[in-house]
Design a protein around this ligand. Structure first.
Ligand SMILES: Cc1ncc(C[n+]2csc(CCOP(=O)(O)OP(=O)(O)O)c2C)c(N)n1
Ligand SMILES: CC(=O)[C@@H](O)[C@H](O)COP(=O)(O)O
Ligand SMILES: [Mg+2]
Length: 632
C-alpha cells in the first residue's frame, strides 16, 4: 500500500515523520501528473502547492480551522489530503470532482468562486465572525498567489486586516512569481526583491544543508532564521502596514513551511507567511514552460504530455490574428489585459507591438478605467478579458467608460457556457449587464468572418464603447448567410410567416438546425443573425413585425419577462407578435462539458424546435389564448 493510500484525512498526515512526508509529497506529485494529464486541469499551480498544502494540514486543524484558497485552482492537493483522491479520475467532469473547492464535496472547502483576489476579504470576515461568536481559537488561513495579490480587492482587505492588530489571520503568500505569465507591476518587483536578496539565499541554502543532519534542530533554527532575515531581506511593505512578516520560506521544504506556520499561528494577529514556490515543480515540461500552457492544460497524452487533438483555430486565435492586422494599420490601437495575455489572444500583438500592450495584473477594474484614460489620450484601447471577469470591472465600464462615451473596445472571450471551470467561469451574464449600458454597442459574431468584421467596425467607432463576445474553443467553419434582408444576415428561410428566429452569436448553428427541423414539419421559419444586437436595428424590428412568433436564442442568462433583453427590446418596439427569448436559466451551472450543459439548459436544436413547436401549437389550438409572452 502506498503512503497516499493511507491518507483519508488531515489526521493521517499529522502522524507522518519527515521522511514519510517527503515520500508522500513525491507520491502526490506523481498522482497529480498522472491524473491531470488525463483529465485536463490546473497542473502547474497544483504541482507548486504540494509541500505547502501538506504543511498547512499538519499545522492547522481543518475544518475547525478554515484554510481558504484564493481562486481555488491550486486546491487539488487540499482535496487529495481531505479524502477525495478517488474523485480525480472524473476531475472537472459532469457529476465528477470540481476543479475548485466545493462545499457539497467537503466540509474542508469554503470558497467556490474562482475569481481571484477574494480570499483576504473572506478571511477578514471569517475572523471577525469567529471573534463575535467567541470562537477566536479557530485559525483563519488564507492562501493567496502573487498574481491574486495584484488584485484591488486584496489590498482593500489588507487595509482592513492590518488595521486590526488582534485579528488572527494567517496570510500565506504562495509566491511562484507567475500569474499565467510572470506577475507584473511594482508589487511583483517587490516580492522578487524579498526572495532574491543574495545574503538570504546563501543563508537559506546553508541552513537547509547543514541542518538536514539534525532535523530536531532544523525547526528550532527556523525560528532563529525568521529573526535573522530582518537583517538579510527587507520586508518593509508588510511590516509598514502593521503586518508581521515571516519569510521568505522555501515553499517546497515542508519542515520550513511548518515551522513558519506554527510561528504564525502563535502570533494571534495578522501575519504574512511568504512562501517561495515554483509553478509546475517536479514536472520538467511544466517547469520549463515559458508560455504558461501548464497553468491550465487540456487532456493530454500521459506519455508525452502533448495536448490531445487540437480541433482547429479557436475564436481567441482568430481575434488575436485580426488585431495584429488592425494594429499594423492603426498605430493608435492598443491592448489591455488583466494578467491573461496569452489566454485572451494578445501574445502576438505584444510580440509585434510591445509598447502597445499593457498587462495590468489581475486588476480588471484598473484595466477598464485605465483604458478610459488611454481613450481620453486619443488611443483606441482594446480590453481583452474573459466574459465572466468583466463583472469585476462593470462599474468602471458603466461610469468611467460609457458615461464619458470613451471609444473602448471590450473583447469578451469565454462568453456563454464554458463548462470545465464551473459556475463562476461561465460567461453567461455579459449580455444581461451590457444590455443596460447607455451608448454601448454589443456584437455577437457567429463565426470567424463575422468576428473579424465586428472587430474592424468596433475599432472604427469614435463616439462610444463597443463590446464583442464569443465563446471558448474552436471557432468552426464560417456560416455564410443565404440571403440578406435590409442589411441583416438571413441564415435560413422557408415559405411562411410562422416564426422569426433571431440567432445571437455562436448559437447560429443551433438556430439553423432547429429551423430545418421545423421547416420539415411544414412551418414557415426564417433565421436571422443581426450581428450587432445592441442597439437593436430598425430593420430587425420591421422584419419581426411580419411574423406570428418571434424567438431569440442566446448563450446568455434568460432575463426578464421575455427571456432576453433583445426580446424585450423587440417587444417594446411594438412588434405585435408574441416574443420569447431562449437562453440559460437563472441558476449557477455545475461544471461539465459545454455541450452537456447546453443540453441541460434546453439549448440543443431539438430543444429549441420543441419549444417553438409547442408555442405555435398553443397559438393554433382552438380556443387557446393567444401566445403568451415567454413565461418559463
Ligand atoms: C478576477 C479574475 N481574473 C482573472 C482570473 C484568471 N486567472 C486564474 S488563475 C490566474 C493567475 C493566478 O496567479 P496566482 O494568484 O499567482 O496563482 P498561481 O496560478 O500562480 O498559483 C488568473 C489570472 C481569475 N480567476 N479571476
Ligand atoms: C482559474 C482560472 O480562472 C483560469 O485558469 C481558467 O481556468 C482558465 O480557463 P481557460 O482554460 O478557459 O483558459
Ligand atoms: Mg503565482
Amino acid at each position: 500500500m502506498t503512503l497516499l493510500e493511507t491518507i483519508h484525512g488531515p489526521a493521517d498526515i499529522k502522524r507522518l515523520d519527515a521522511g514519510q512526508l517527503t515520500g508522500l509529497a513525491d507520491e502526490i506529485r506523481h498522482f497529480l501528473i498522472d491524473k491531470v494529464l488525463r483529465t485536463g486541469g490546473h497542473l502547474g499551480p497544483n504541482l507548486g502547492t504540494v509541500e505547502l498544502t501538506i504543511a498547512l494540514h499538519r499545522v492547522f486543524d481543518s475544518p475547525r480551522d478554515r484554510i481558504l484558497w484564493d481562486t481555488g485552482h491550486q486546491a487539488y492537493v487540499h482535496k487529495i489530503l481531505t479524502g477525495r483522491r478517488e474523485g480525480f479520475d472524473r476531475l472537472r467532469q459532469k457529476g465528477g470532482l470540481s476543479g475548485y473547492p466545493c462545499r457539497a464535496e467537503s466540509e474542508h472547502d469554503t470558497i467556490e468562486n474562482s475569481h481571484a483576489s477574494t480570499v483576504l476579504s473572506y478571511a477578514d470576515g471569517l475572523a471577525k465572525g469567529f471573534r463575535l461568536r467567541g470562537q477566536s481559537d479557530r485559525a483563519v488561513v488564507a492562501v493567496i498567489g502573487d498574481g491574486a495579490l495584484t488584485g484591488g480587492m486584496a489590498w482593500e482587505a489588507l487595509n482592513n486586516i492590518s488595521g486590526a492588530p488582534d485579528r488572527p489571520v494567517v496570510i500565506v503568500v504562495n509566491d511562484n512569481g507567475r500569474s499565467y505569465a510572470p506577475t507584473t507591476g511594482g508589487l511583483a518587483t517587490y516580492l522578487a526583491g524579498l526572495r532574491t536578496s543574495p545574503d538570504y539565499e546563501r543563508f537559506l541554502e546553508w541552513s537547509k544543508h547543514q541542518l538536514r543532519q539534525t532535523p530536531k534542530l532544523y525547526e528550532a533554527l527556523h525560528a532563529v532564521k525568521a529573526g535573522l532575515k530582518d537583517m538579510l531581506a527587507p520586508q518593509g511593505l508588510f511590516a509598514d502596514l502593521g503586518l508581521k512578516y515571516l519569510g521568505p520560506v522555501d515553499g517546497h521544504d515542508i519542515a520550513a513551511v511548518e515551522a513558519a506556520l506554527r510561528q504564525a499561528a502563535g502570533f494571534g494577529g495578522p501575519v504574512v507567511v511568504h512562501c517561495l514556490t515554483r509553478k509546475g515543480h517536479g514536472y520538467r515540461r511544466a517547469e520549463a514552460d515559458e508560455h504558461d500552457h501548464h497553468h491550465a492544460i487540456g487532456a493530454s497524452d500521459p506519455a508525452t504530455g502533448e495536448p490531445l487533438g487540437s480541433s482547429g483555430p479557436s475564436w481567441t486565435s482568430v481575434f488575436g490574428a485580426e488585431l495584429v492586422e488592425i494594429g499594423r494599420e492603426r498605430p493608435e490601437v492598443v491592448a489591455v489585459t488583466a494578467a491573461m495575455l496569452r489566454p485572451t489572444g494578445l501574445a502576438a500583438y505584444a510580440e509585434e507591438f510591445p509598447d502597445r500592450v499593457f498587462d495590468v495584473g489581475i486588476a480588471e477594474q484598473h484595466a477598464v478605467t485605465s483604458a478610459a484614460g488611454l481613450a481620453m489620450a486619443g488611443m483606441v484601447p482594446v480590453v481583452a478579458v474573459y466574459s465572466t471577469f468583466l463583472g469585476r470591472g462593470f462599474d468602471q465600464l458603466l461610469m468611467d467608460v460609457a458615461l464619458h462615451s470613451c471609444p473602448v473596445v471590450f473583447v469578451l472571450d469565454r462568453a456563454g457556457v464554458t463548462g470545465d471551470d464551473g459556475a463562476s467561469h461561465n460567461g453567461m451574464w455579459d449580455l444581461s449587464v451590457l444590455g443596460i449600458v447607455p451608448g454601448l454597442r454589443v456584437a455577437a459574431p457567429r463565426d470567424g468572418a463575422t468576428l473579424r468584421g465586428a472587430l474592424r467596425e468596433a475599432v472604427a467607432v469614435t463616439d462610444g464603447p463597443s463590446a464583442i463576445r464569443f465563446p471558448k474553443g474552436p471557432v468552426g467553419p464560417d456560416l455564410p448567410a443565404v440571403d440578406q434582408h435590409d442589411g441583416i444576415d438571413v441564415l435560413h428561410r422557408s415559405p411562411g410567416d410562422d416564426v422569426l428566429l433571431v440567432s445571437v452569436g455562436a448559437m447560429a448553428a443551433t438556430a439553423r438546425e432547429a429551423a430545418r427541423r421545423l421547416t420539415e414539419e411544414g412551418l414557415g421559419v426564417t433565421v436571422v443573425d443581426p450581428g450587432w444586437i445592441k442597439p437593436v436595428s430598425p430593420s430587425l424590428i420591421k422584419l419581426a413585425e411580419q411574423y406570428r412568433l418571434v424567438v431569440t436564442v442566446e448563450d446568455n442568462l434568460r432575463v426578464g419577462g421575455y427571456g432576453s433583453l433583445l426580446a424585450q427590446e423587440l417587444r417594446d418596439a411594438g412588434v405585435p407578435a408574441p416574443v420569447s427569448g431562449f437562453g440559460i436559466p437563472q441558476r449557477f451551472l455545475d461544471h461539465g462539458k459545454r455541450a452537456e450543459i447546453l443540453a441541460d439548459c434546453g439549448l440543443r436544436p431539438e430543444d429549441l424546435a420543441r419549444s417553438i413547436r409547442s408555442r405555435i401549437a398553443a397559438d393554433r389550438a382552438p380556443g387557446v389564448r393567444a401566445l403568451k409572452e415567454d413565461s418559463r
